[in-house]
Design a protein around this ligand. Structure first.
Ligand SMILES: CC(=O)N[C@@H](CCC[C@H](N)C(=O)O)C(=O)O
Length: 376
């Protein structure tokens, strides 16, 4: 028996995961909940499938922004939840259902007990791809209400509930998607000399890509090149005319990102010449690093140390990506990890975050806003 409103909301949202810029039911659900709150100090705008909401403060000296992402992932859920995804093939496997429920909890509290400063809440689509933060940031809707500082959280399966893990400066990596298409010449499996086999070319390229991080990047400046998917060919006795490699690049510096891409292009060109095929490279969506403002983060750490429900953990940077980095490039602020203690990690079909973290996070953020938003 669940008697907690925001846990119920998380479960409702968990049932309806939608991919980037398709979050139609999610947006409707969020708007209906927001409409049920006292509207006296609130203004609401939609931006594509996202929502931007302003709450007027009592005596504002600044505007504080808070962002929650709202999209799901193309993963077939394998949890034993009775409230599993009803959208087969999609799942909230990155905690955005938690992010939304927590944001609604914070909004409810601030509507009922306004702080001095103005607040802007952003429900942002397409964090997992193709990236909603950058176009939302550039939109007139957002620019009219642009906050003076902004923050966000991300659930962290590896930390116990109560943990607030954060660091000053770089928190998340620069990322780029990677799609490489190879085209050769198909034919009968028994006549390889009359064909140009893209399975062989793709296998060779995947192996060569592994040398970029080990041979071309300074070992003290971490990078990742992951190939997550290879497709090619049709059946076992036909030589493959086409193959496709899909992956992601992660680097701790924008300079290394350029270097990794340079090497990928050189290796792909080599395969093109060596295997007599045609290739194309598409970098899909690219996310700028998440860089936490030193002063605001130090202040958050000090606040966290004095909070009776939260345990501060100074973490290392991670190779995950987040398009919230684009917002932090323009507006000072920070992102922190929220411990949710799940045996399965982010992007796993059995991710099961501890729902005890929902109310804890709501209380923690509301307390932070009262601390931060009631002084100049
Ligand atoms: C927090 C998190 O898991 N973020 C995603 C962001 C995906 C970016 C893009 N689709 C890519 O794969 O490069 C992540 O995978 O880190």
């Amino acid at each position: 028996m669940i008697d907690n409103l925001f846990v119920r909301i998380r479960r409702d949202l968990h049932k309806i995961p939608e991919l980037g810029f398709q979050e139609v039911k999610t947006q409707k659900y969020l708007l209906e909940y927001i409409a049920s709150l006292d509207q006296t100090r609130m203004e609401v705008k939609t931006w594509r499938t996202g929502i931007i909401l302003r709450i007027k403060g009592l005596n504002p000296s600044k505007t504080i922004g808070y962002r929650a992402d709202i999209d799901g992932l193309p993963i077939d859920e394998e949890t034993d939840y009775p409230f599993q995804s009803t959208h087969k093939g999609n799942m909230h496997a990155c905690g955005h259902d938690f992010h939304m429920a927590i944001a609604l909890g914070v909004i409810t509290n601030i509507v009922n007990h306004p702080i001095n400063d103005d607040m802007v809440f952003i429900f942002q689509p397409a964090e997992e791809g193709p990236g909603g933060a950058k176009p939302l940031l550039e939109s007139a809707e957002f620019q009219q209400w642009k906050p003076d500082m902004i923050f966000a959280l991300h659930i962290a399966p590896e930390y116990p509930v109560g943990t607030i893990a954060v660091k000053e400066g770089l928190l998340f990596a620069n990322t780029s998607e990677l799609f490489i298409d190879l085209k050769g010449k198909g034919g009968h499996a028994a006549y390889p000399h009359q064909t140009i086999d893209m399975v062989v070319a793709a296998c060779s390229l995947v192996n060569q890509l592994q040398t970029i991080v080990s041979r071309n990047i300074d070992p003290l400046d971490s990078a990742v090149v992951t190939v997550g998917k290879i497709t090619g060919g049709t059946v076992q006795n036909i030589i493959a005319e086409n193959a496709r490699i899909e992956g992601t690049i992660r680097t701790l510096s924008p300079t290394s990102m350029n270097r990794v891409k340079q090497r990928i292009e050189a290796l792909v060109q080599g395969v093109e010449v060596g295997y007599e095929c045609q290739t194309t490279i598409d970098y899909g969506s690219n996310y700028y690093q998440v860089y936490n403002d030193e002063v605001l983060t130090a202040d958050l750490m000090q606040f966290t140390e004095g909070h009776n429900e939260a345990n501060l953990f100074i973490c290392k940077e991670a190779m995950t990506g987040e398009d919230f980095g684009y917002m932090l490039r323009e507006i000072p602020g920070f992102m922190f990890w929220l411990g949710v203690n799940s045996p399965f990690g982010l992007h796993h079909a059995r991710l099961k975050p501890d729902e005890g973290a929902i109310n804890l996070a709501i209380n923690y953020i509301v307390d932070y806003l009262n601390y931060k938003g009631n002084r100049a």
